[in-house]
Design a binder for this molecule. Structure first.
Ligand SMILES: C[S@@+](CC[C@H](N)C(=O)[O-])C[C@H]1O[C@@H](n2cnc3c(N)ncnc32)[C@H](O)[C@@H]1O
Length: 218
């Protein structure tokens, strides 16, 4: 079997292995093990477009001097694009210390914290002007309830920008949660992207969208 084909199968198995994690402990351990190869596998191998597309939307709304949280920063691919666009005040959180260790090597974040989305986040209310989260609000990762804490730590008038698969939006409680937060006046929807293939080489059948919300003043 040609090496390229073998590598592609290995990568697909790794992605399946990640998604088959039974709980956060196993997910953390598997991301720790994947961390060193993540950029080669996902970014270079599968052509992971999520970070770049989300940052394109981010730049339309967020000023360069904003205090930014990259929630589920992983190895720092989002931070790298933000840095290239002139954003310098970025904090990284992630479930996996191994992923954060790789993010550290990108030299684009101010600080790193192991935190679990879906649990209380150890930041004061209104800590950030913008939150970005790519590839994290998804099956077996951060649940829809994570949005409550992202909202709490974002300044009124600030933005929360994230990627989401349409099927996960529909079937995993995100639609209900996002609608409820809008109906109760907590945030307003500013823009949602067209569906796009975020992993054209790895998951051509699965689409993603970028959602942009603005936090409403109380
Ligand atoms: C597919 S990677 C995306 C990483 C990065 N945002 C990117 O676009 O390359 C998912 C990341 O979310 C982290 N993660 C998964 N569940 C999480 C949770 N509940 N809280 C915080 N991070 C989580 C994983 O450790 C991993 O680094």
């Amino acid at each position: 079997m040609a090496n390229i084909e073998r590598d592609s199968i290995d990568r697909e198995e790794k992605v399946r292995w990640i998604y088959n994690s039974r709980d956060n402990k196993e997910l953390e351990s598997r991301y720790n093990q994947w961390a060193k190869d993540y950029d080669t596998d996902l970014d270079e191998g599968f052509g992971w477009l999520g970070p770049q597309r989300a940052v394109e939307f981010f730049t339309r709304y967020v000023p360069k001097n904003a205090r930014i949280l990259d929630a589920g920063a992983g190895t720092g691919l989002v931070g790298k694009f933000l840095d290239e666009q002139g954003y310098k005040n970025i904090v990284a959180i992630d479930l996996s210390p191994g992923m954060l260790e790789e993010a550290r090597k990108k030299h684009v974040y101010q600080s790193f914290h192991r935190m679990v989305m879906g649990e209380p986040l150890d930041f004061p209310t209104n800590s950030f002007d913008a939150v970005i989260s790519v590839g994290v609000l998804t099956v077996g990762h951060a649940p829809a309830s994570s949005l409550d804490e992202l909202l709490r730590i974002t300044n009124p008038g600030g933005h929360i920008i994230f990627s989401l698969r349409p099927d996960v939006y529909r079937d995993n409680g995100f639609k209900q949660k996002q609608d409820e937060m809008e109906a109760t006046g907590k945030w307003k929807l500013i823009e949602v992207s067209k569906e796009f293939q975020a992993l054209p080489e790895g998951e051509p059948d699965i689409n993603h969208q970028v959602w942009v919300y603005q936090v409403v003043s109380p």
